[in-house]
Design a protein around this ligand. Structure first.
Ligand SMILES: [Mn+2]
Length: 354
């Protein structure tokens, strides 16, 4: 080393704290440059412990419009490249979620077949169950929690099946432009059971399976209904209240935060963020875009306001990078939504059973 001082100088600058001044991250791409752990390794001894696990769900054959969300996980990771865990102090909260009690890792993507939805969703359920059943790094909170990078919205169903094992039935805070509680007969047409399991019916199915409490709520809804009355009646029966997109204009972000907290008070909560809750101006790269949505800033303000809620799992879904622009607008937004979900999970630890 002594004879090659330029290499020594390079090595000295290679601390993780300096990468952002050095030109960018190095090594393989993970969410927010977090450590990659082979969470699905067959031997438990080989797996580093973690408290919060990021996992990708490359599945998009439950979508009713534009496919492409199978490439969402790596799109979101690409959008997160600027986040350096050691230098992620929030201007708003004064905290750095990466440097508190929780060890946060990226498990890579779930191994899913592209050719059979039924099998792929079983594979995803198994992936969730394996990752959430390993003993956490912090023994005070033995059940680790998962944030999923979708994938179309069908991928939330396996996540809810897995959180049920450790935390029981949950309230779902569902950010979306669509209600996604559609009766499979309505969305799927009653053609086959297979066709009825899709990104617009998964909340109906989760309700039927007893995974969702009657204290759930949608936020940002604006897409048209298929039936004048039945869809909303059915939505209520599935356990949901609705905050529409335009309600934000009337009650503001704090009004939305208050409603979400009031509705889910005293329950454990799963937060699912369909990126189409944002206006296509802020998230063009999605399967079923709807105009008239929220801005990225409004969504982040609302998410960061949900402190104190016991978040047992979460996801960002429907990011379809092929429709993104050269500035990666959608992927940047989705990466920051994940960052907010991490903040909530670290801010309020939750005791689950292994
Ligand atoms: Mn959705």
């Amino acid at each position: 080393m002594a004879s090659r001082p330029h290499l020594a100088a390079l090595a000295n600058t290679m601390t993780s704290q300096s990468w952002m001044f050095f030109g960018g991250p190095s090594g393989l791409m993970s969410y927010a440059n977090l450590p990659y752990v082979q969470c699905l390794a067959s031997d438990d001894q080989d797996v580093d412990r973690y408290d919060i696990a990021i996992v990708g769900a490359p599945f998009d054959t439950g979508v009713t419009a534009r496919p492409g969300a199978r490439f969402g996980p790596n799109g979101i990771r690409a959008g997160s490249r600027r986040i350096a865990p050691e230098s992620a102090w929030s201007m708003y909260t004064g905290r750095n979620s990466f440097l508190e009690w929780a060890k946060i890792v990226d498990c890579g993507d779930a191994p899913l077949t592209f050719l059979d939805n039924t099998v792929a969703l079983k594979q995803l359920t198994k992936t969730h169950k394996v990752i959430s059943s390993r003993e956490a790094n912090n023994t005070e909170y033995p059940a680790p929690r998962i944030i999923t990078l979708g994938g179309d919205h069908t991928t939330t169903l396996p996540a809810l099946r897995s959180t049920y094992d450790h935390f029981g039935a949950v309230s779902v805070i569902h950010f979306d432009s669509h209600i996604d509680t559609w009766d499979p007969e309505v969305l799927g047409g009653g053609i086959s059971h297979y066709a009825g399991v899709n990104h617009g019916t998964f909340l109906h199915i989760a309700h039927e399976e007893g995974l969702v409490l009657n204290s759930s709520i949608h936020a940002g809804i604006r897409a048209p209904l298929a039936n004048k009355k039945y869809d909303l009646k059915h939505d209520k029966a599935c356990g949901f209240n609705i905050i529409t997109a335009r309600e934000l204009d009337r009650i503001g972000t704090q009004g939305v935060i208050d409603k979400l907290k009031e509705r889910t008070a005293g329950t454990k909560v799963y937060i699912s963020v369909d990126i189409d809750v944002l206006d296509p101006a802020y998230a063009p790269a999605t399967g079923t875009a709807e105009v008239g949505g929220w801005t990225t800033r409004e969504l982040l303000t609302i998410l960061d306001g949900l402190t104190g809620i016991e978040v047992v799992g979460g996801d960002v879904v429907e990011v379809s990078p092929i429709y993104d622009n050269r500035g990666e607008t959608t992927q940047l937004a989705a990466a920051e939504v994940v960052h907010s979900l991490i903040y909530l999970m670290v801010e309020t630890p939750v005791k689950g059973k292994l």
